[in-house]
Design a protein around this ligand. Sequence first.
Ligand code: X5A
Ligand code: ZN
Length: 674
Amino acid sequence: MADTPETTRLPPVGLLYDERMCNHATPDGEDHPENPERIRAIWRKLESEGISQRCVVMKAKEAEDRYIASVHSQSHIKLIRSISSREFDTIRRRRIASSFNSIYFNQGSSESAFLAAGSVIEISEKVASGDLSSGVAIVRPPGHHAEHNKAMGFCLFNNVAIAASFLLNERPELCIKKILIVDWDIHHGNGTQKMFYNDSRVLYFSVHRFDSGSFYPAGGDGSHHMIGEGPGQGYNINVPWEHAQYGDVDYIAVWDHVLIPVVKAYGPDIILISAGFDSAIGDPLGGCCVTPYGYAIMLKKLTEFARGKIVMALEGGYNFKSIANSVLACVKVLLGEKPSQGSFELQPFESTWRVIQMVRHELKQYWPVLTGELPQKLFTSCRRYCPLELNYSSSGSDVENDEEPSSTAPSIHIAEVAGDSLSLTLSKLNINEACHSASEPPSCEIVNGCAPWRTLLSEIDIWYGSYGSNMWKARFLCYIKGGKVEGMSAPCYGSRDTSLPKDVIWKTVPRRLFFGRSSTRTWGNGGVAFLHPDSCSSDKAHMCLYKITLEQFNDLLFQENSLVEKDIIGQQILSPLLGLSDLNYVSENKSLILQALKGGWYSNVLYLGKEDNLPILTMSCPLSDIERFKSGEIPISAPPKSYTSTLVKGLVEGKQLSEEEAIEYIKDATNRKL
Ligand code: X5A
Ligand code: ZN
C-alpha cells in the first residue's frame, strides 16, 4: 500500500455521520430540498469510494443545553427541545413552523438538531486538541441561518457558531483564541454573522449570492458594508455575488485576492467551514457552478493555515450527486490527496473583479494587505453573464435529478467572449525590467498573487514534447527558470511557476522534422526546427518529453511565439492561450491553431497521443505554412551553428544518438525535400 500520510505519523481525519439525523423530515412526507437523502447520498459515496475506511468514523452525540446557550436563547432551546415531544401534534408543529421563515418540524427534528450541534462541537474539540488532524461533520439540519432566538432557512440551531463559542469559552486549555469561519454556502449566513458581529475572536467570512439584496435570506445583512462592529470591526467579511453562475475561477479569485491574504494576516488557530454545497454546479437553489475540483482547491488553500486544523460542517446543498462528489473531493484533500482535474471556466466575470475590488476597498483599513487597486486591465477581458442560460428550478421539486451535473452547461468558450480583447502578459516574471515603467506602481506586483487560471492550470500535468533546441534540458529550463545558456544571444523570461519538470523521457514520433525561417533573436541567422503537423509513417523524429504543468506550457507558448515583450502590461496574463476546453479540443482533433498567436511561428498545438495517461503536446507551424515552405514563400534554411550544437547536446546527453549520428540526423532533416 502507498505510504499515504494517514497511514504514517499524522493524526487521522475524522468523519462524523449518524443515521439518526435522517429522522428530521417534513411531517407528511412532502417533498423538500432539505431532506434526509442528502446526507445518505454523501455517506454512501464516501463508503463506496473507500474513503470512510481511511478515516476515523464517529457517531453523533447530543449537544448540552449549556453549550447551545452561548449563542441561542433559553426559550429557543426549550422550543427545539420540546417540538418533537408528544405534546405537540403535526398541526401544532406546522403552526409553529409557519411562524418561522422556511422551517418544518416533525417528531425527529428535535433529536436531529441536538445531534447536529453536538456533532460539530465534538469534531471541533477533537481537531482543536490534535486527536484529529481535521474533520468533516455530515450533519443536518444545517445551521448558519439560525439566529439567537429563531429557527430560519432550514436551520434550527447554529451548529458552527455553537462549536466556535464552545472552543473559545469552554475549552481555554486548547488555546483556541482566534477562529476563522469560512462560509461558502451559496446563502449568506445571517445567523453566524450576528452571533460574532462584535467579536474579534471570530473572523466570519462569507461568499454568497446577494443579487442586490434579493437573494435568500434577503435584505442588507449580506452586503459588503457589513464589516462588524466595536471590537469586531473588520472581522466580518461579506463577498456578495451579483447574480447566478459564479464558478471555480470566481471563487479562486476571491480566495487569492481577499480571503487568503486576510487569513495570512489574521493567523487563525482553527478554521471552521460552513460547508454548504448549494454553490455547486447542478444545485437547484444556488444556480452557481463550483465543481468538486473548485471546492478541493479552495479547501487546499486553507489547509496551509491554522496548522491544517480544519473542521467542515455541512450546511446547504440540494443536488445529491453534486454534494456527494463535492464532499468526496474535500475529504480527499484532507487525506492529503492532490486535487484531481476538472473542467471549468477560466475567465472570471467582470462583476467578480468589481465585487472583489469593493470588498478590498471596504476592508483595507483593517487589513492593509487589501490596499492597492486591481489593475484595470483585469476588467477588460472577462466572461459574459448569460441570464438565460441557466434554468434551474428553485422550487426544489426536481432535486432528484438523475443526470450527472454537467460541468460545461453554464459555460461559454473563453475565446468567443474574450475575442480580440484577449491580452497576454506574464505573471510574476523573473526579470524585473518589466516593472520599470512606474506608471502602475501597485499593480506591477499583481495584487497578492496571480491570475486565477494559473492556479487552476498549475494543478494539471501534461507532457511537452520537444524536437528542437529544447531537447537540451539546460536550454529548455531557460523557458522555466528564465535566462540563457551557451549559444543563445537573448535570455528567456521564464515561467511564473519555476518548478522543474516532474519527469523527462524520450520517444520517437512518425513526423517529419525540418528547419525553416531565416533568423531568430535567440540564435541569429539560419533556420529553426519545425515538425510537420501531419504524421507520416516513414519519418522519425526524436522527441524529448518533459512532464510540466499546463500553466508552464502556456508560458512556454507565450515565449516560443515571442509574445512576451510586446504584450507585457502588468505581469498578468488575463487568460491562458491553452485552457482546459482547448486541451479537450486538441486531444480530439489532434491539432489546434491558437488564434491569439496568429502570426506566431508556433501557433499550432499538436496532440501526439498519451504517455502515462497524460496528453503529449507540442507546438509547430500551422499546416498552411507547409505549403508556403514548399513554395519558397517562407524560406527553408539550415540551422545556425549555435542551434545545431544545442540539438546535438540534447540528443547526446539524452543518450539518443552519438555526436556523429546527431549531426547526420540534423543534416538529413535539413537537406531532404519537404
Ligand atoms: C441552509 C440553506 C437555504 C434556505 C432557502 C430558503 N438554507 N428558501 O441552504
Ligand atoms: Zn444555502
